[in-house]
Design a protein around this ligand. Structure first.
Ligand code: MN
Length: 251
């Protein structure tokens, strides 16, 4: 059955009740992309989501973990043929992770090349303080037609947003991004047919607890107010966008 909601970036395996979140996504019909941060988590995540109609698992190697986990690149490449969804991957130039930036670039570039070579991949990408660099890598190593990049928690400039669109990117937006005037303005400038919703739980809170996939309805409301549209219209748009995205690279 068609999903009712879309959470295109949530770390289900970082909650104590991973399996019940999968069941909840099925019950509430939330199309949830369960992102992972290390290839070592892949098998377990796939097992937990094995019977699910609404949860898909992405194979990831988080840029913030590259300093300790770069050696898992081989494992990443081994599992890559088993999945269409990849992430969380990307680059992080924030002060805490800048030391590993050269390694991050090497890993990200290898991942993009492997994805491009295999084709039919949908990527969820982190780009903290280095949107331009991320786009440089996409331009170099991930030609449109080999898959679709989704910029997660995008904070780039208007010019960078345009460049990302030209590279075929989608954008998954969360509650926290939409609370600032700057974030709202940026999202308003994005093409509506490239918008998706995400929670980025458990890293974004909902009230006094980490957000769960079913909370994404709140983000739809925020988005509707920013786009001066109705909740229903925005939700329809996001579901249609997910449909277009997932068919895009299908045979
Ligand atoms: Mn994340």
């Amino acid at each position: 059955m068609r999903p009712l909601w879309v959470d295109f970036h949530c770390h289900l395996d970082l909650y104590p009740d991973h399996a019940s979140l999968v069941a909840e996504s099925d019950r509430e019909r939330v199309a949830t992309l369960a992102v992972t941060t290390t290839p070592k988590a892949w098998r377990r995540n796939r097992e937990v989501a094995a019977g699910s109609d609404y949860v898909r698992v992405a194979l990831g190697l988080h840029p913030q973990l590259v300093a300790e986990r770069a050696s898992e690149l081989l494992l990443f490449e081994k599992f890559l043929p088993e999945t269409r969804y990849v992430g969380e991957i990307g680059l992080d130039a924030g002060p805490r992770f800048y030391k590993s930036f050269a390694d991050q670039e090497r890993v990200f570039s290898r991942i993009l090349s492997a994805c491009a070579e295999q084709g039919d991949k949908i990527l969820t990408i982190h780009s903290v303080r280095c949107v331009g660099k991320v786009l440089d890598h996409l331009e170099r190593s991930f030609p449109p037609g080999r898959g679709v990049p989704v910029m997660h928690w995008f904070t780039g400039t208007a010019a960078e947003a345009q460049r990302a669109c030209a590279l075929g990117c989608y954008f998954s937006v969360n509650a926290q991004m939409l609370t600032s005037a700057k974030g709202a303005k940026m999202v308003r400038a994005l093409p509506q047919d490239r918008l998706l919703t995400e929670t980025d739980g458990p890293f974004v809170d909902f009230g006094d607890r980490p957000s769960r996939p079913r909370d994404v309805g709140e983000t739809v409301k925020q988005l509707a107010s920013i786009l001066q549209s109705s909740n229903e219209a925005v939700n329809e748009l996001v579901i249609a966008n997910l449909g277009a995205l997932t068919r895009f690279v299908s045979p």
